[in-house]
Write a protein that binds this ligand. Structure first.
Ligand code: CU
Length: 135
């Protein structure tokens, strides 16, 4: 009678532990699966790579004046709005469909350089200008 009770309690403990482990494995497995899916998604587009370029001003024009980018790697141009002022804040890159007025709070221009070659960028009035070389 006592032994039966004891075995019953041990049985319940064993089942509980088994269930806990099973539940934990289930959740950690689904997390791993999610991560793999995310990596595959990113890989299809760009291997998770990105390129970051800082854009400032020198001699009343954009600096660097020629921006070199890798083909098909998402680009982020981080604009230093302490230097890039006034109409130079209105940046246009026609070949990549970019037209943006950058501010201190919103100073990143993102696009994918999906064409190879040399392209121009400028302020919307064409007073400041430069080149983007994608290779
Ligand atoms: Cu301008």
């Amino acid at each position: 009678m006592q032994l039966g009770k004891l075995l019953g309690i041990i049985g319940i403990i064993l089942i509980s532990v088994f269930l806990l482990v099973a539940i934990r494995n289930y959740f950690s497995n689904s997390q791993i699966t999610n991560n793999i899916v995310k990596e595959v998604d990113a890989g299809a587009k760009n291997n998770g790579e990105e390129q970051i370029v800082d854009l400032s001003v020198k001699n009343y024009n954009y600096y660097p004046n020629t921006i070199n980018l890798k083909y098909n790697v998402p680009a982020k141009i981080v604009v230093d709005t302490n230097k890039v002022r006034g109409c130079l804040q209105s940046i246009v890159i026609p070949d990549f469909g970019v037209r943006k007025f950058v501010t201190a709070k919103d100073n990143i221009i993102s696009f994918v350089p999906d064409k190879k070659g040399t392209f121009s960028f400028s302020c919307s009035m064409g007073m400041g200008f430069g080149k983007i070389v994608v290779s």
